[in-house]
Design a protein around this ligand. Structure first.
Ligand code: BMA
Length: 774
């Protein structure tokens, strides 16, 4: 049997055949551009950019100005095709489907030259019936239309009124009308990211053939019954029954560690059927709940669900079940108008401390399991407990949520709409409905997800009038807003998932937003819901500038990435703060100036006569400034948990913007918000630029190896603020960095992410401190 032929399950009393086979179409496909002048092999899952790079037809897309040089890739209409022989006798199967777990984005699909369907949503899963067109030897073609051209067409066809914004700010060098296509919104550019509107088959693709019946989907949620004080499990299974007669049988649900085994009789009528099972966990058994990192264990229980159906057909599913409750508490607070906004997990109030997550790469085929694990492990190592999966990116892959479950990271999950108004014509709504229903089913069994949120900043965009809509036209847009997020998305959440709360937007005023008709006059109020707060002008060392809000779900400051990171995507002429390259990579208007201004408030700006030294020192200083600003602001929100001052306070969440970067450019990202087990803190009594007596610190390191870890024994000749250890392009993480060194010696550990040696580390090691600039 060929390797990619997967005998999923079967069978099988004497004389019966296998009930289901799956044939993977992953691997090598052929890719061709619109006029046929370029033809190349390409991997599935994958995208055109990655295929062109792998064939040596383009360079690294992130190198220098290549985002502009390679714009043609996204403007062309590419075709993916493949010819293949199915290694089993296809005529024996009652039903054959083509399953596409993710298509990016707009395509027409031909199977043996017959059009079998179209796609327009990269967040949806598609299944096409190919029973009547499939043969032993087949051809498949996905004819893509450029998402950029499609978005422009859709916007043009929307003649009744404009749906802003038309285009991103010029400084982002992006594409227009992204709100008209259900695709990763930041792929048309963002204020920290390039424009790479990819095309391709970005997830699994396969053929499924079956007789009798097929389990299309299986999902579950644990529900706690407060009055009975017991746990129940709701299991939902969706079947396609192709047998002409009803299919009977039984289902056995077993969770051995909870001494639970229950058997149900079922009868599936022909057609699409949903089976709902309700499993009660006996009160006499102690169920260990799932806790966020830092609050307890992440206990999960193995469950098997076995469908024993007529004709000897057995279908078995196994999964890990986690039990936890989540409540969003909005209640009056003594001494403060408005309502609280905080989460109780298993009945306990928990302060959400963490960050915002954006897509880890413009090209999703480069996001490996190892990368996700490293990033998410860094989150818990830095003592965070929450990530917000921000609405301008993607619904992350299954593995992301599995890791969050395992590590105890709570996830605030946005639906993928951000910083725009959206159309609500029927075609668009149908596509969104399929997307949302599918994503709820896919994700709802993850305990890590503690809230669904309708969008990023769209209530604020509408009510603060970011797009200068005339007062008389505003009702049209409010109606569209309510149609999309309340009448559609909210209804789908209420119908599909009772196990976690839903809010329409972030920032929002929660219950107050509902009371005001789903849009608040000021969605960023300190008295309700969550806030997003950015201020690059005020002095960030002055905590009085920060909002004493109930929950800060976004705040932050930009910095430049390390020189070793930039070096890989730039050339010598780029290495100055005012180079064409430095301006090009900055997608936030005035960002480079803002960073220097903020740094200049407390630090002397670098003034070396060596331009490269000045560039490196400036980068370093932007990082010191960012760390200091985010620290001050985060500490302010943490302190505000326990106080009401001027009728404001009881902050219960601080999620800074942003954890990770999509490419090597200035942004708000930071992976080091490092916390220690027993907190050490310091407070500067004056700005470092006014400090007297700082002398240049000579810092040396002796590196040794202990198993997979490297030990850096540091010694300094003088007090050194903001000591930054750098090992060039060797990937890994220091146990602490950017620290104040007041003692003569200090030991820091380095955890490499790839195999390396003491010798390599010694060659690449470089240390900077503030005293190098002074
Ligand atoms: C908020 C976010 C992002 C943005 C960030 C920094 O608006 O939701 O859209 O990248 O601020 O400007």
């Amino acid at each position: 049997m060929r390797l990619h032929l997967l005998l999923l399950l079967a069978l099988c009393g004497a004389g019966t055949t296998a009930a289901e086979l799956s044939y993977s179409l992953r691997g090598n496909w052929s890719i061709c551009n619109g006029n046929g002048s370029l033809e190349l092999p390409g991997a599935v899952p994958g995208c055109v950019h990655s295929a062109l790079f792998q064939q040596g037809l383009i360079q690294d897309s992130y190198y220098r100005f290549n985002d502009l040089n390679y714009r043609w890739v996204s403007l062309d209409n590419w075709t993916y095709s493949k010819e293949f022989k199915i290694p089993f006798e296809i005529s024996k199967w009652q039903k054959v489907n083509l399953i596409l777990e993710g298509v990016d984005t707009v395509s027409k699909i031909l199977f043996n030259e017959v059009t079998i369907g179209e796609t327009d949503n990269m967040f949806n899963r598609y299944s096409f019936d190919i029973t009547n067109v499939v043969r032993d030897v087949n051809s498949i073609e996905l004819r893509f239309q450029s998402a950029v051209l499609y978005a422009a067409q859709q916007s043009k066809a929307h003649t009744r009124y404009q749906v802003p914004p038309d285009c991103p700010p010029l400084v982002q060098k992006g594409e227009c009308h992204v709100n008209f296509v259900r695709k990763e919104q930041c792929s048309f550019s963002w204020d920290w990211g390039p424009s790479f509107p990819t095309q391709g088959i970005w997830k699994d693709v396969r053929i499924e053939a079956y007789n009798i019946c097929h389990l299309n989907y299986f999902t579950f949620s644990p529900i706690y019954d407060k009055s009975a004080q017991e746990w129940n499990l709701e299991i939902e299974s969706t079947f396609d029954v192709v047998s002409s007669k009803p299919v009977g049988g039984q289902v056995i649900v077993a969770i051995p560690k909870l001494q639970t085994q229950q058997t149900y009789s079922i009868e599936l009528q022909p057609g699409k059927r949903i089976v709902e099972l309700f499993v009660n966990i006996s009160k006499n058994i102690t169920v260990e709940t799932w806790w966020p990192h830092g609050h307890g264990n992440q206990t999960g229980y193995n469950m098997t669900v076995l469908f024993e159906l007529d004709g000897g057909l057995n279908i078995e599913k196994s999964a890990k079940v986690y039990f936890r409750t989540v409540e969003l508490i909005e209640e009056p607070i003594k001494g403060s108008p408005g309502l609280s906004f905080y989460f109780k997990i298993n009945g306990f109030p928990i302060f959400l401390k963490g960050s915002n997550w954006i897509p880890a790469d413009s090209f999703q085929d480069r996001v490996t399991s190892e990368l996700l694990r490293l990033l998410l492990q860094s989150v818990v190592d830095a003592n965070m407990n929450t990530l917000r999966v921000w609405g301008g990116g993607i619904y992350e892959q299954d593995e992301f949520y599995e890791l969050c479950d395992e590590l105890g990271i709570m996830v605030w999950q946005d639906f993928m709409f951000a910083c725009a108004l959206y159309p609500t014509d029927q075609g668009f709504l149908d596509s969104v409905t399929a997307e949302v229903a599918y994503q709820i089913k896919r994700l709802k069994s993850h305990p890590s997800i503690i809230i669904w949120s309708g969008n990023n900043e769209n209530e604020e965009a509408l009510m603060m009038n970011w797009y200068h809509i005339s007062f008389t036209d505003r009702p049209i847009y409010i109606k569209d807003y309510v149609t999309l997020y309340v009448k559609n998305i909210r209804e789908l959440v209420l119908a599909g998932d009772k196990s976690r709360p839903f809010i329409t937007s972030s920032p929002t005023n929660g219950a107050e937003t509902v009371a005001e008709g789903w849009v608040s006059q000021n969605p960023n109020s300190n008295y309700f819901g969550d806030v997003h707060f950015y201020d690059y002008i005020s002095d960030c060392w002055n905590w009085k500038v920060f909002p004493k809000a109930r929950f800060a779900s976004e705040y932050g400051y930009q910095s430049w990435p390390s020189f070793s990171t930039l070096e890989k995507v730039s050339s010598t002429e780029d290495w100055s703060f005012n180079s064409k390259f430095s301006l090009h990579r900055q997608h936030h208007e005035g960002g480079n100036k803002q960073m220097l201004y903020q740094a200049g408030l407390h630090f002397k700006l670098p003034q070396s006569t060596d331009p490269l030294r000045t560039f490196k020192d400036t980068i370093y200083l932007t990082q010191v400034m960012q760390a200091q600003c985010v620290k001050t602001e985060t500490e302010f929100y943490r302190r505000s948990r326990s106080e009401i001052v001027d009728q404001q306070g009881h902050t219960m969440g601080a999620l800074y913007w942003q954890l990770n970067d999509i490419w090597q450019a200035p942004s708000w990202a930071s992976l080091a918000d490092h916390g220690l087990l027993s907190p050490t803190n310091y407070h500067f009594l004056s700005s470092p630029k006014e400090a007297v007596g700082l002398c240049k610190a000579q810092i040396t390191a002796i590196i040794s190896q202990q198993g997979d870890i490297f030990v850096f024994d540091l010694e300094t000749s003088a007090v050194a603020p903001f000591v930054w250890l750098d090992v060039g392009s060797i990937p890994g993480r220091f146990s602490d960095n950017g620290f104040l060194m007041t003692e003569k010696t200090r030991t820091i550990l380095f955890y490499p992410w790839e195999p390396t040696s003491k010798n390599e580390l010694e060659q690449s090691f470089h240390v900077t401190s503030l005293t190098d600039i002074y």
